[in-house]
Design a protein around this ligand. Structure first.
Ligand code: ATP
Ligand code: MG
Ligand code: FE
Length: 338
């Protein structure tokens, strides 16, 4: 089956066409970084308006890239949340309109499921169950992925997300927006042992994450060290937290692989450290290619393909959801709105 995917939950507008065998027929993406940069972060109203302008042409470009029309598409998958509600509505309403006009089924995709299944698009041999470290701009969770729609949450952050910590640190260091890649770049020229920073919750038996204290410690150290040393030391602290918490989670599960996804999975220090952890446990390590880590529509089309194969489609009145957790209790209320 050929699935059209639409993504608009944050500041990337994207459209992609993906086959159920994982062939990516087209992927188109427009970033809004320049529009948000003057504000140092994503402005929801600006984002929503930019999605309205960008999405139609991107969908047309994706269809042209694949050399198909809407008639050739078997289903339309659109992100229905979680995310900035204005942007989510733009993408979801567009998906619904196309589904209605072309008489195709709609698949309302949880953006986090898009991130969570993207490693299976990157590596078609990855099988359930796998231990997923989902590290993105709004989330930091460990999930046992037992199947499509079957996620057991083992850990989550009690304050900031990992990507949020990168973005706030970039701001504190004057490295600009978006922050994650800028911090990684600066860290390359710094000493990860230069600045003593806390590793919140490391060693704790509670399977959770915390990054707020780390960010505050960076704020206190600004001016006393170079931005490069601060970036490198911060990044090392985040890596140590992610590895320690993942190691704890590995004690209680028997996965086929250790998997990382989400924007922070694009960070090479994070990837390298998790790969070592996997090796330590005799596990395969799977991380999507870098472009599939940050927001894109191929992962939404792919999650749509996985759901479509499982016979899961959604009604046209499916609501846009600003919040939509990815665990069994939330799945029970799927379709009920939040
Ligand atoms: P969510 O998926 O939780 O709704 P989001 O969609 O905004 O949030 P993603 O697009 O998955 O988040 O990831 C963006 C985040 O990833 C940002 O916080 C960004 O700073 C971070 N990020 C991107 N590249 C890197 C990198 N190389 N190193 C560290 N962080 C990175
Ligand atoms: Mg973004
Ligand atoms: Fe995301």
């Amino acid at each position: 089956a050929l699935i059209l995917g639409i993504e608009s939950s944050c500041d990337e507008t994207a459209a992609a066409l993906v086959e159920s065998d994982g062939t990516i027929r087209a992927h188109q993406l427009a970033r809004q970084e320049d529009a948000h940069r003057p504000y140092g972060g994503v402005v929801p109203e600006i984002a929503a308006r930019a999605h309205v302008e960008a999405l139609g042409p991107l969908i047309e470009a994706a269809l042209a890239e694949a050399g198909v029309t809407l008639d050739d598409v078997d289903a339309i998958a659109a992100t229905a949340g979680p995310g900035l509600i204005g942007g989510v509505m733009v993408g979801l309403v567009t998906g619904k309109a196309l589904a209605l006009a072309a008489g195709k089924p709609l698949i309302a995709v949880n953006h986090l499921e898009g991130h969570g299944l993207s490693p299976r698009l990157g590596d078609r041999s990855l099988e359930f169950p796998y231990l997923l470290l989902l590290v993105s701009g709004g989330h930091c969770q460990l999930l046992l992925v037992e199947g499509v729609g079957a996620y057991r949450r083992l850990a989550t952050t009690i304050d900031d997300a990992a990507g949020e910590a990168f973005d706030k640190t970039a701001k504190l260091l004057g490295l600009g927006f978006p922050g994650g890649p800028a911090v990684e770049e600066a860290a390359r020229r710094g000493n990860p042992r230069a600045v003593p920073l806390p590793r919140p919750l490391v060693g704790s038996g509670e399977p959770h994450f915390s990054f707020a204290g780390l960010k505050s410690a960076v704020a206190r150290a600004v001016g006393q060290h170079s931005a490069e040393d601060l970036a490198a030391s911060f990044q090392q602290a985040v890596v140590d937290c992610l590895v320690d918490r993942t190691r704890l989670a590995l004690q209680g599960v028997r996965p086929t692989a250790l998997v990382v996804a989400g924007g922070v999975a694009a960070n090479s220090a994070v990837r390298t450290a998790l790969e070592s952890l996997a090796t330590e446990h005799g596990l395969r390590f799977v991380a999507p290619p870098l472009w599939l880590c940050t927001d894109n529509a191929a992962m939404i089309a792919w999650a749509g393909a996985e759901r479509f194969a499982a016979g899961l489609t959604d009604p046209l009145d499916f609501p846009a959801r600003p919040r939509w957790p990815l665990d069994p209790d939330a799945e029970k209320v799927r379709g009920a709105g939040v």
